[in-house]
Design a protein around this ligand. Structure first.
Ligand code: SF4
Length: 493
């Protein structure tokens, strides 16, 4: 039985964390899209270069990374304490705190809060956790329209599309495609709109300004929540967040429970790590901080929804819990060669790339996103890029092992892979058997062309479906050794 802060409960909804198709199937389609690969390659190369330049400016970057990691480890080890402290401080400052065990519960709470205001529209700051729980759809089901106000989220929403990157949700779109979406979907847009960045931004600004000024309810996520004072923090680049957080009369913030940090001193570390790792900036343009309600200034009703949705289950895994350290900077996506080629949609989860491959399976249960831990070459670029030193490659291997163990449980007959591995183990345990197997395997040379085998017969065809296999060499190492050194066959070494 899963537990939520010590209470048993059965998960009822995971929102948009589960893909329709396994990664290999979805990635095959994405790889055939040359425009997508061009867009992604250009965007990720640009962000990587910007990040590398600003990170190189800090002589204590590695110490900052270690500090970020230590703060997250400490917070998760005392999560119950810091969440209760946060709840108390928010209440003391006039806010209301709600606890949501899963996506369904969070959506029910938030839909009820919006309905209670009588509003049928809300403005939203970009929030991946609202994508995770499928909030927009839940609001739509209750007759409430959610307007995304981040430029990239607006592009995704108007294009009836799905986000493909944590930070740049429309990274798969180029300027010409965005212009077409605006001309088709944006009410009152200038028909002479060009695809220059300034013209596109101006069109979005005019469209959004009307929404901001009429909205009665704002919805946001949170980058951090400071337990010692009950202060929430949102960082963003466009000023749309500041509008959503200050103009409406009611503000509803939903955040994963792992976003809490103990103190303002801890925030100092993350405000250096996050902008450099995400947008390649020394400091993000807008950092909004608020504590409960301030009479006569900003929203006069503030609700904080604290969401579990699988996080306490991840916390129970001493290895897997590292994924909860993530500050959603997206540096691991930009560094990942698999993400750069397949794009975010192939992961099928709102959390794409390396962090999605280790977070989503833990939030849903490994069996529900079983293909994601395999969506990696384990090159380690994600670990090097991560500002809080999450060892993503080790997590991927850990989750693969969990998947294999869970899949084996309850199965009466071993899989073909398990039989093959047992046979390989038996062969390799004996030098004589190993030498005999090498001699037999040499027959496979007939299948090779140019030193590579492109197609093997079943069941080995599963291997060559996605990669070549090297053709067996004309002579084995042992034969070469015997010829060169005589006598010994190399089997003793
Ligand atoms: S895992 Fe690390 S690099 Fe990736 S998004 Fe999270 S914090 Fe950033």
């Amino acid at each position: 039985m899963t537990t939520f802060l010590g209470m048993p409960y059965a998960p009822r909804g995971v929102g948009h964390l589960r893909g329709d198709e396994p990664f290999p199937v979805a990635a095959r389609a994405a790889l055939a899209d040359t425009q997508l690969r061009r867009n992604l390659g250009k965007a990720t190369r640009t962000i990587r270069a910007k990040r590398a330049a600003v990170v190189a400016e800090l002589p204590d970057w590695e110490e900052l990374r270690a500090a970020g990691q230590a703060i997250k480890q400490h917070t998760l080890a005392h999560l119950d304490h810091y969440l209760e402290q946060l709840e108390s401080r928010v209440r003391e400052h006039g806010g209301t705190v709600h606890w949501a065990r899963d996506a369904n519960e969070a959506n029910r709470i938030m839909t009820g809060l919006v309905r209670a205001t009588g509003a049928d529209e809300v403005v939203k700051v970009k929030s991946i956790v609202t994508d995770e729980i499928g909030l927009n759809e839940a609001l739509a089901g209750a007759g409430i329209t959610a307007h995304e106000t981040d430029l990239a989220e607006l592009i995704v929403q108007l294009g009836h599309d799905r986000p493909s990157h944590i930070l740049v949700p429309a990274i798969h779109r180029n300027r010409a495609e965005i212009r077409e979406i605006f001309l088709r979907e944006m009410p009152g847009v200038d028909p002479g709109l060009t695809d220059t960045p300034a013209a596109l931004a101006e069109a979005a600004r005019r469209h959004l300004r009307r929404r901001f000024l009429s909205a009665r309810v704002g919805i946001s996520g949170a980058n951090f929540a400071i337990a010692e004072t009950g202060t929430l923090c949102v960082v963003e680049s466009e000023g749309n967040g500041r509008m959503c957080l200050t103009l409406p009369g009611t503000l509803i913030t939903v955040m994963g429970i792992e976003k809490v940090i103990p103190s303002w001193r801890d925030l100092e570390v993350f405000l250096q790590l996050l902008p450099r790792s995400s947008t390649g900036e020394r400091m993000n343009p807008y950092t909004s901080l608020w504590t409960g309600v301030t009479p006569g200034d900003g929203p006069q009703r503030f609700h904080l929804v604290l969401l579990d949705n699988g996080r306490t289950a991840a916390l129970a895994d001493p290895v897997g819990r590292q994924a909860l350290h993530c500050i959603r900077c997206s540096a691991c996506l930009n560094a990942c060669p698999v993400y750069e080629r397949a794009g975010g949609h192939a992961y099928g989860s709102v959390y794409p790339g390396p962090i999605g491959a280790v977070l989503s399976p833990q939030l849903t249960g490994v069996e529900d996103n079983a293909s994601l831990p395999y969506a990696s070459s384990l090159c380690g670029a994600c670990f090097d890029a991560c500002p809080v030193r999450i060892d993503i490659p080790s997590l991927l291997v850990h989750l693969r092992a969990r998947h294999v163990e869970e899949a084996a449980r309850g199965r009466r007959l071993p899989t073909a892979e398990a039989v093959a591995m047992a046979a390989a183990s038996w062969v390799m345990a004996s030098p004589r058997r190993y030498a005999a197997a090498q001699r037999t395997g040499r027959a496979g040379r007939a299948l090779g062309r140019g030193g590579r085998i492109r197609r093997l017969p079943p069941p080995l065809s599963a291997w060559t479906a996605a990669r070549d296999a090297p053709a067996p060499p004309a002579q084995t190492f042992r034969e070469w050794w015997q010829r060169e050194h005589g006598g010994a066959d190399g089997s003793a070494g």
